[in-house]
Design a protein around this ligand. Structure first.
Ligand SMILES: C[S@@+](CC[C@H](N)C(=O)[O-])C[C@H]1O[C@@H](n2cnc3c(N)ncnc32)[C@H](O)[C@@H]1O
Length: 244
């Protein structure tokens, strides 16, 4: 199948992951954020987004177990919505919101990693989104760092491509699959951004995927690495080599 977008790090397919995944090989890490089945994509609170029905149902029975089988390690956001086996190391995202916040104050990822549960903290407001459930790039980069030495990553429910952006920033290979073409367009634009600024408001803007008005010559290091600050020596070397 012809990719919708491809570069040295990211391959993006436009289509249904149930049809595309069987044509792919194995991956080191499945890192994904499937529909939670809570109709968030048609939620009137999210007025600025087109009302769509992709979040009306969770993935059909058997699909997530099949995807987990394809990878050595798995991290699946929205883990509390799916029937998955018990595991010790769940990950959480504290959205740093007040008690009266009308949406979820935190989100949970199911993983099959070993080790104790861990928490990432970042405000859910304050980064621009182009998809109604867009995750912060730093969150997905943090997930990759938790998975250890993973070189190939699959996100079959890619949305605006946050997993791909984080993977590319960290010098890892990633395959994205997304069913809605409008999100593939957003994703491809985000992947095409090669060099992002290091600090300040533009770094936050870049991390969100909003590249409007941005000066791409601003720096060698990108926003994810700057904010995450957890690069391994190996990743740092790879990224330095790439940006020369
Ligand atoms: C929760 S969103 C992912 C958001 C993403 N984490 C981001 O940061 O933008 C889930 C995405 O899965 C897509 N999707 C749902 N079913 C799919 C399928 N069978 N194959 C491919 N994509 C699918 C939806 O269109 C939606 O964009």
């Amino acid at each position: 199948m012809k990719p919708y977008y491809q570069d040295d790090y990211v391959t993006l397919y436009h289509g249904d992951c149930r049809e595309i995944v069987p044509t792919l090989g194995r991956f080191d890490l499945l890192l994904t954020d499937p529909p939670y089945g809570i109709n968030i994509a048609s939620n009137p609170v999210r007025q600025k987004y087109a009302k769509m029905d992709w979040d009306a149902h969770v993935p059909e029975a058997g699909l997530l177990p099949m995807l987990i089988e394809l990878a050595d390690k798995s991290i699946i956001w929205g883990g509390n919505y799916f029937v998955l086996p018990p595991h010790q190391c769940f990950l959480a995202w504290d959205k740093m919101q007040p008690e009266n916040f009308t949406l979820a104050m935190l989100e949970q990822a199911w993983t099959n990693l070993t080790g104790p549960a861990k928490m990432f903290r970042k405000r859910v407001v304050g980064y621009a989104k182009q998809h109604p459930t867009q995750k912060p790039v730093e969150l997905m980069a943090w997930c990759i760092s938790k998975a250890g030495d993973v070189q190939t990553i699959l996100d079959p429910f890619a949305g605006s491509g946050t997993t791909g952006r984080a993977a590319k920033d960290l010098g890892r290979k990633c395959v994205l699959i997304e069913r809605e073409e409008r999100y593939c367009e957003i994703s491809a634009r985000r992947m095409a951004q090669e060099v992002l600024p290091l600090f300040g408001p533009q770094a936050a803007q870049a991390a969100s995927g909003d590249v409007s008005g941005m000066d791409a010559r601003a720096g060698r290091w990108n926003a994810t690495q700057a904010i995450l600050g957890t690069m391994t020596g190996q990743t740092k070397k790879q990224t330095e080599g790439r940006s020369k």
